[in-house]
Write a protein that binds this ligand. Sequence first.
Ligand SMILES: [Zn+2]
Length: 354
Amino acid sequence: MKFPIFKTKIEELDKKFDLISPEGRKEYFEAKAGKEIKELREYLEENSFIAYLLGKKSSGKGTYAKMFSEIVAPDKVEHFSIGDMIRGIDQEMADEEAKEQLFGFLRNNYRGRMPVDEVIHALENRSTKTLLPTELILTLVKREISELEKKTLFVDGFPRGLDQIDFSLFFRDLIGYRDDRDVFILIDVPEKVIDERIRWRRVCPVCQTSRNLKLLPTSKIGYNDSQNNFHLVCDNPNCRAAVMVQKEGDKMGIEPIRDRLNKDDELIKRALGLYGIPKVMLRNSIPVDKAKEFVDDYEITPEYFYERDKKTGRIEIKERPWVVEDDEGVPSYSLMPPPVVVAMIKQLDEIFNL
Ligand SMILES: [Zn+2]
């Protein structure tokens, strides 16, 4: 799968932006996509749209959707996660009154291949691993959406399986929300990027905050003499300098989710082949030898590494561009989220003819 490379470099613009702080990001977006953001804002005054986010697990779907909302129209754009919705349902199931209300809604609104009582039974006895029938998911989405005001939705987690992809063509009609535009947002992230995000993840044993030894360090780094390695120290003062640790399962990187990644890949390919629904194509990586032409240096994700002065024991945090192989084995840089969101904004602007 090869998505086109999107150019976010503007030759005349030689200012460097800080993409980490919200203020820096604001300036960056204004400089790189100010016109399109203004047009999208005006469009969202009177209109809304539904976007289906399709990308592999851990490809940053939520990050991109939330950043789009933050920059364009926080009060008009909602990240709608099917996973979060189902976790919410699990909580409702624990409360007798809420549960009865939910079942009442299903009895009135569910339609599908299973009798409604069987569906309710499945819901009550399911393990969190089993997938719920598509018809049930759609009914639950409809219920959830009827409680939202008319907002733009970034739907995350639907379609999930191949059997759901054709539904997505008519999802807008199925949920009876409105006649707005809908669009697929397809995200292409090299598996190596996902793998390293998992492998270098470190978690605070006290507050469970998750960071990354290579990509998102804490402000304090520790060193272990006997193991001769560096570790992250939790920034939360309540955790009393807890050493962040690697979870056992994370040592295997993407291997445990290989099946899921393959299925996600299949899903994206299938979506690419669908007609009649516009597609935004986002790619997270750019070949090293193309980077100068298409992006600015500060748009490239850095990797952090550490050096320790043997005499003083002082540890220095250093950074350099992070190089990973893409799925074709080409040495590539991974982009920071803001340039990917610039690509999303500009493509949406074009699709909606603004
Ligand atoms: Zn902590």
